[in-house]
Design a protein around this ligand. Structure first.
Ligand SMILES: NC(=O)c1ccc[n+]([C@@H]2O[C@H](COP(=O)([O-])OP(=O)(O)OC[C@H]3O[C@@H](n4cnc5c(N)ncnc54)[C@H](O)[C@@H]3O)[C@@H](O)[C@H]2O)c1
Length: 364
């Protein structure tokens, strides 16, 4: 079993991030040290509940933990005030109290919504993350950011509420559709780009058999999760270092928004990373060969497939206005070398447009 300790300086609530194939069957023993009150409250979306809910619940019950499974709709519709309120009322109706434990079993959506609920229910109750998508395993389940959406935009209501434990079992990914796998791999590649060129080499070597070799997959998830954990430990609230996690995301978010969210997050971030590699070459001296390798890796994992038919000017218009007004202009995370990020301010809009056109044209 691979273990990461997320140690938040000056805070009592450090927690373990565990990664191992088959870990879901060991949940009862992992939960025991948390001394949870009964029943346990499992929260899942309807799809994950159908695929994995009964097995997880069965294992818990066999070990003497009675548990109740509450479900949310599938997708972003779960991250709404209405759903959180309904879940809170279901918790009350079933006897939840200040020491009840929530288990978030699902992707980033379930983790965000259940984490948000845990952070405000009776002023905060403990919760555990059991992520079931690549994205949630390497990113969303780690770091304690929770959120729901408003009609005005995504993640506008949120809290910081750290889980008590993150239990990652790559075997859940057997049922994850290819598009969702690619979505998460964009974040794995991002971690390699900003912090760990060896991870990139490892990923490259495992390409094609990644979702068949669960030990290899567990290692890759572990290394990626460790990068996020180290960055979060150093900068829980995104004052400085945590911003490097935004590599590819400034343009990625603008692309998502300009496409009216028809372009999924993973591919959008991948196009954003391709543009950031182009900017890095021009503004920070990233060697051409490394930029080319970065784009080729993105392509080889099925990202950068069909360029979205978007007007680069519409994408520029979707860049966050507040950041445009910051002294020195837009802030981008760029690379000096693969694995060496820099916070760059003041990239000229003309060059950003050129980077977008270049990335979206699929040029090597
Ligand atoms: N809190 C954070 O730090 C953070 C970081 C990144 C992203 N996020 C949030 O995460 C969300 C995206 O997460 P996501 O990509 O995991 O999406 P998701 O939770 O919607 O899951 C994607 C789809 O996969 C299905 N699914 C999940 N696990 C499955 C499995 N094992 N087998 C088959 N199907 C499965 C889900 O039902 C859903 O349809 C966004 O809302 C985003 O804002 C949060």
């Amino acid at each position: 079993m691979r273990e990461i300790l997320l140690d938040l300086p000056g805070r009592p609530d450090s927690y373990r991030i565990l990664v191992a194939p088959g870990l879901r069957r060991r949940l009862p023993e992992l939960l025991a040290p948390l001394n949870p009150s009964r029943p346990l409250f499992l929260i899942s979306d309807e799809r994950v509940a159908r695929l994995h809910g009964a097995a997880v619940k069965g294992d818990l019950e066999e070990a003497g933990y009675n548990s109740l499974l509450l479900t949310t709709p599938v997708g972003e519709r779960a991250k709404t005030w209405g759903v959180v309120q309904r879940l809170a009322r279901e918790l009350l109706a079933r006897g939840a109290h200040r020491r009840s434990l929530l288990l978030a079993l699902g992707g980033g959506v379930v983790g965000d919504a259940a984490g948000f609920l845990a952070s405000i229910f009776m002023r905060g109750i403990p919760f555990v993350q059991i992520p079931t998508t690549v994205l949630a395993m390497v990113d969303a389940a780690i770091g304690g950011k929770t959120a729901i959406n408003l009609p005005e935009g995504k993640n506008l209501l949120g809290t910081f509420h750290q889980p008590r434990l993150v239990a990652i079992d790559p075997e859940f990914l057997e049922t994850l559709p290819p598009a969702q796998r690619r979505n998460g791999l964009a974040e794995v590649l991002k971690a390699g780009f900003i912090r760990d060129p060896d991870l990139l080499a490892r990923l490259d070597a495992a390409r094609g058999r990644l979702f068949e070799d669960f030990e290899e997959l567990a290692d890759i998830i572990y290394r990626t999760a460790a990068i996020k954990a180290r960055v979060v430990a150093a900068d829980e609230r995104e004052g400085g270092l945590r911003r490097i996690l935004n590599f590819g995301h400034t343009l990625g978010h603008a692309l998502e928004q300009a496409s009216r969210y028809r372009l999924p997050h993973g591919p959008a971030v991948a196009w954003g990373m391709a543009a950031a590699l182009y900017l890095s070459e021009r503004l920070c001296g990233l060697p051409h060969e490394e930029a080319r390798r970065g784009r080729s890796l993105l392509r080889s994992f099925g990202l950068l497939r069909r360029p979205p038919a978007l007007d680069p000017r519409a994408v520029l218009a979707a860049l966050p206005m507040d950041k445009k007004r910051e002294a020195g202009g837009l802030v981008f995370i760029l690379l000096r070398r693969l694995g060496e990020p820099v916070i760059h301010e003041g990239a000229p809009l003309g060059l950003i447009e050129e980077a977008l056109i270049n990335a979206l044209s699929g040029e090597r």
